[in-house]
Design a protein around this ligand. Structure first.
Ligand code: PMP
Length: 321
C-alpha cells in the first residue's frame, strides 16, 4: 500500500516476496521514520488457521504512526488485507507444536529528501515467515541482566511506539548482556534509573507474596498485547494483579526476604518466558530455584491453548480464517 500526500493511502496489492527499490535519499535511511508490528498466525488442533488479536496490532500501529508523524491507516482495511494474505499462503503456516507464521507489518518513509520533516510518501508492507519457538531453551527459564549504563527509552520519548529507533538504542545493552551469557536485557527507566520498564522484546511481571505486579504503562514502555491479554487471564482466575511502578530495589528486597516467587516475560515471540536468573549489579538472583513457576505455567498453557484452539476462547481474541 502506498501513501502520497494529497491522495492518501492507495494501490493496495499482493505481490510475490521481492526486493523493493528506494531512492538513496529516501527519508527512512536517514531519519528513522518507521513503525512496525509483530503478530502470528497459528494452526489449530482442528487444522484451522487463526490470528490472535490482530485488531490490536493495527490499533497499536496507528498509535505508533501518530507518535512518528506518519498518516494513519484504515485498520479494517489492513485486517482484511492480512486475512487475504495469510489465506493465500495457508500452506506456509507451520503445524508443529510451538511453531507459527510470524507476520511483520511495517511502514517506511519513502520521500526522497534530506530535510528533516515528516515524509510526504510512505510504503506500508506486510511480510511473513514461518517461525519456530523463540528461545532455544523453549519454556525453560531464561537469564536476564539489568542494564545499568544505557537507557532504551525515556518518558516523553518514543518508547511506547513500535519504531526502529528504540531497537537501535537497545542494541548496546543487548550486546553487553549476551557477552555475559544473558539472553536479554532488563531496562530501567531513564529518569530515576531505578524503576523497572521492560525486557528487549517482552513485558515483565513479578509475583511477590501472592500478587502479580507489572510496571504500569507510563509512555516509555511498549503496551504489549500479550501483557494486556495475560492481565485479563489473571483477573479472570482471581489472581491479584497490580499495574504500578516497581523499583529494582523492591525486586531485590523481595528476593532477599523470600517473597519473590516468580518472574516472567510476555510477548508475541517470547510467549510466556519464565526468568530463572536476574543479574543486578554484582548480584545474581536465582528465582524459584531456576524453575518454572505455577502462574507462568498456567499463563503459558492458557495462552498457547487459546492459540491452538484446544482451550475455548472466552475472551473473543481469536479470528479464524
Ligand atoms: N516490549 C517490546 C520492546 C517488544 O518489542 C515487544 C514485542 N512486540 C513486547 C514488549 C511485547 O509485546 P507483544 O505482547 O505485543 O508482542
Amino acid at each position: 500500500l502506498d501513501y502520497t500526500e494529497g491522495i492518501g493511502w492507495h494501490d493496495g496489492r499482493i505481490v510475490p516476496y521481492q526486493p523493493i527499490s528506494l531512492d538513496p535519499s529516501a527519508m527512512i535511511f536517514h531519519y528513522g521514520q518507521s513503525v512496525f508490528e509483530g503478530l502470528k498466525a497459528y494452526v489449530t488442533v482442528d487444522n484451522e488457521v487463526l490470528l490472535f488479536r490482530p485488531d490490536q496490532n493495527f490499533k497499536r500501529l496507528n498509535n505508533s504512526n501518530d507518535r512518528l508523524c506518519i498518516p494513519k491507516i484504515d485498520e479494517e482495511y489492513a485486517l482484511e488485507a492480512l486475512k487475504q494474505l495469510v489465506s493465500i499462503d495457508r500452506e506456509w503456516v507451520p503445524n508443529a507444536p510451538g511453531t507459527s507464521l510470524y507476520i511483520r507489518p511495517f511502514i517506511i518513509a519513502t520521500e526522497a529528501n534530506l530535510g528533516v520533516h515528516p515524509s510526504n510518501r510512505y510504503q506500508f508492507i506486510i511480510i511473513m515467515s514461518p517461525s519456530g519457538s523463540y528461545y532455544k531453551e523453549g519454556i525453560n527459564p531464561v537469564k536476564i541482566m539489568v542494564e545499568q549504563q544505557f537507557v532504551r527509552a525515556v518518558r516523553g520519548g518514543t518508547g511506547a511506539a513500535k519504531t526502529g529507533g528504540n531497537y537501535a538504542s537497545a542494541l548496546k545493552g543487548q550486546e553487553i548482556a549476551s557477552k555475559e551469557g544473558y539472553a536479554q536485557t532488563l531496562w530501567l527507566d531513564g529518569k530515576e534509573n531505578c524503576y523497572v520498564e521492560e525486557v528487549g522484546s517482552m513485558n515483565i511481571f513479578f509475583k511477590i507474596d501472592g500478587k502479580v505486579i507489572t510496571p504500569a504503562l507510563n509512555g516509555s514502555i511498549l503496551p504489549g498485547i500479550t501483557r494486556d491479554s495475560m492481565i485479563q487471564v489473571l483477573k479472570s482466575k482471581n489472581i491479584p494483579v497490580e499495574e504500578r511502578r516497581i523499583s529494582i530495589e523492591e525486586v531485590v528486597e523481595a528476593h532477599n526476604n523470600g517473597t519473590l516467587e516468580e518472574v516472567f516475560g510476555t510477548g508475541t515471540a517470547a510467549v510466556i518466558s519464565p526468568v530463572g536468573e536476574l543479574k543486578y549489579l554484582n548480584d545474581k538472583l536465582i528465582i524459584n530455584k531456576g524453575e518454572i513457576g505455577e502462574v507462568s505455567q498456567m499463563l503459558y498453557d492458557t495462552l498457547t491453548g487459546i492459540q491452538n484452539g484446544s482451550i475455548e476462547d472466552t475472551f473473543g481474541w481469536t479470528i479464524r480464517l
